[in-house]
Design a protein around this ligand. Structure first.
Ligand code: KIV
Length: 283
């Protein structure tokens, strides 16, 4: 009998600050990335609106649409067995208010198969409305890329006494509104540690130091696929961009030199054992 996989749940994540082991989240945008993340044992997979930049090639995250996000959320859903699936609500999908937020949040759950959504910025009314519609919400404060124009660029947030106080208050408001977790992006590590001590829901840091209850990285940063942007917090665990270029260059060279395909890679030669096996294709 197949072994039943124990799925990560929202209540488990919500109670994580009491656990000894930090939470781990990674972004993913397609079926294979989701399978790899799930098999590697992450707790949560976020289909981030960073999709706009690392997959679709835009300069910022503002233009990605609900339909584009949903397309990728569905693919990631198919690749996950264990990890909790969180779908990022793109810019413009909740900014008109609670009603719009719930309508789009429901799409993420019903069409995309998401188990939770993520909302950027301090929006307690929107979080309350989503939670009231049974849609668990992960909040996101600090350097929220959807606030790019208000911030005047991608800049570290929460510096200075006033900004620090505002962020602490906003974090408490997110918890009170019903968020089950809080992403803290690009803020001083002392401030992130203070936020983590002050609220009971887990904080998930990205560029926010080691005092958070968990950490998140963008898939393309972690694997070294993104070489245009290199924030200091984005530790590269592999150089897959270089490997991909080298592999494709080797294919180019083999084809041009007549080394590809070999007889073993063709179907004609009856002395090759593989030719008697059934053909394996995608379709
Ligand atoms: O869109 C995204 O990838 C994110 C993470 C950086 C948290 O919001």
């Amino acid at each position: 009998m197949a072994k039943r996989i124990r799925k990560v749940t929202v209540p488990e994540i919500r109670s994580a600050p009491q656990a000894a082991t930090p939470l781990v989240m990674i972004t993913a945008y397609d079926f294979q990335q989701a399978r790899q993340a799930d098999a590697a044992g992450v707790d949560m997979v976020l289909v981030g609106d960073s999709l706009a930049m690392v997959v679709l090639g835009h300069e910022d995250t503002l233009s990605v649409t609900m339909d584009e996000m949903l397309h990728h959320v569905k693919a990631v859903r198919r690749g996950l067995s264990r990890a909790l699936l969180v779908a990022d609500m793109p810019y413009g999908s909740f900014h008109l208010g609670a009603e719009q937020a719930v309508a789009n949040g429901l799409r993420m759950v019903k069409e995309g198969g998401a188990q939770a959504v993520k909302i950027e910025g301090a929006r307690p009314r929107v979080i309350e409305a989503l939670a009231g519609a049974e849609i668990p919400v992960m909040a996101h404060l600090g350097l929220t890329p959807q606030s790019l124009h208000r911030f005047g660029g991608f800049k570290v947030q929460g510096r200075g006494a006033e900004a620090r106080e505002a962020l602490l208050e906003a974090a408490e408001a997110m918890e009170q509104a019903g968020a089950f977790a809080l992403v803290l992006e690009c803020i001083p590590d002392q401030l992130a540690t203070e936020v983590s001590a002050r609220i009971k829901i887990p904080t998930i840091g990205i560029g926010a130091g080691a005092g958070c209850d968990g950490q998140v990285l963008v898939y393309h940063d972690l694997l070294g696929l993104e070489d245009r942007i290199a924030p200091r917090f984005a530790r590269r665990y592999a150089q897959q961009g270089t490997q991909a270029r080298e592999a494709i260059a080797a294919f180019v060279a083999d084809v041009r030199a007549g080394r590809f395909p070999s007889p073993e890679e063709c179907y004609g030669d009856p002395s090759v054992a593989a030719n008697h096996e059934p053909v394996k294709l995608y379709g």
